[in-house]
Write a protein that binds this ligand. Structure first.
Ligand code: UDP
Ligand code: MG
Length: 318
């Protein structure tokens, strides 16, 4: 069997501290896989610079000069982790890169590289998608672990077909990436889309490691946004939940209304004022919540209808 041409795609946002550590490791992995005949000699790394403000792009350029297997994709500005991965994958399989398959891995290499040869083996066994699943996240802080796991559980409750504890460490064959391109949404949540494509898939277990250098680029704001995208892009169930809640409160409101009328007829209306005010606030609150939620979806419709490009390439070093 001829070895495949593999592209290892890594999004980089302000990773000047981490890249000098990551690059040699990635290259030596390519070396050993080439030696073992798992991947072809023209397999490459594709480092996507997601509008970094530090010297990340300079490091990538220098790496490219030293070793032509380091490709660099410079995006014109910061478009976020998910879009950066998408840019990298599409570039890796297009006319220039022509990779047979891609692996996406964060530039901080918190996911173990040793899993990649195993992923490639799975490809030879007939799988198009191999998900890296975090079996142990002891290196994550308690709060990160807790919020992440609650989120994965919530997703499955909402009827989303996602892989539990799988982030974006993933192997995909060329045809999966080509199918992926057909999903034109801007609120990109790859973990939700890839399972929808439905080609044969399997998982490999991994232990998530601590970041060795630099700080997390996922601020709470970015993480929260990803979580909202992950839910609202795939499920309308929250809307129904709020709707049900709203109806429940209307029923309670009617009950309170009857109570107020009865106490009025009985001539004891004064105490009714407080309960009326109370229900006013509850109903008001629910309304606001519901409007906010509907607004969230409307906002998405607004963004999607514009069909804006997801990213702009400034330069491609190959
Ligand atoms: N990243 C990116 N664009 C962003 C934020 C993050 O390309 O706007 C990259 C970052 O360089 C890293 C990966 O996404 O390679 C994951 O980020 P990080 O490791 O900081 O997140 P964590 O592992 O802490 O969730
Ligand atoms: Mg990380």
């Amino acid at each position: 069997m001829t070895p495949i041409k593999l592209a290892i795609v890594a999004p980089c946002y302000n990773e000047a501290e981490m890249l000098p550590i990551s690059l040699p490791r990635l290259l030596s992995l390519l070396d050993s896989m080439t030696r073992e005949g798992k991947v072809s000699a023209d397999s490459f790394l594709l480092l996507v610079n997601d509008g970094s403000r530090d010297s990340t792009w300079q490091i990538i350029t220098e790496a490219h000069e030293r070793d032509k297997r380091c490709h660099g994709l410079n995006l014109s500005c910061n478009v976020g982790h998910q879009n950066a991965i998408m840019a990298g994958m599409l570039t890796a399989v297009d006319g220039v890169g022509m990779a047979d398959a891609v692996v996406t891995i964060d530039a901080d290499l918190q996911d173990p590289l040793e899993c990649i040869p195993e992923m490639v083996d799975n490809y030879y066994d007939g799988y198009d998608v191999v998900y890296g699943v975090r079996t142990s996240r002891q290196s994550d802080s308690f709060i990160k672990r807790f919020t992440a796991e609650c989120f994965y559980k919530l997703q499955s409750q909402l009827g989303l077909k996602t892989i539990y504890n799988h982030a974006d460490f993933r192997f995909m064959s060329r045809r999966v990436v080509i199918e992926l391109e057909k999903y034109e949404e801007r609120n990109l949540y790859l973990r939700g889309i890839v399972p929808m494509i439905g080609y044969p898939s399997t998982t490999v277990d991994e232990t998530r490691m601590a970041r060795e250098a630099g700080e997390t680029k996922y601020t709470w704001r970015k993480m929260l946004r990803l979580a909202f995208d992950g839910i609202t892009s795939f499920s309308v169930r929250p809307m129904y939940m709020i709707l049900t809640l709203g109806m429940l409160f209307v029923l309670v409101g009617i009950g309170i209304g009857i109570y107020v009328v009865v106490s009025l007829l009985k001539g004891v209306a004064v105490p009714g004022w407080s309960s009326l005010m109370l229900s006013l606030w509850i109903v008001g609150g629910v309304m606001l919540m519901a409007i906010g939620l509907v607004g969230l979806y409307v906002g998405k419709v607004y963004i999607e209808t514009k069909h804006r490009p997801r990213y702009h390439v400034e330069q491609y070093l190959h």
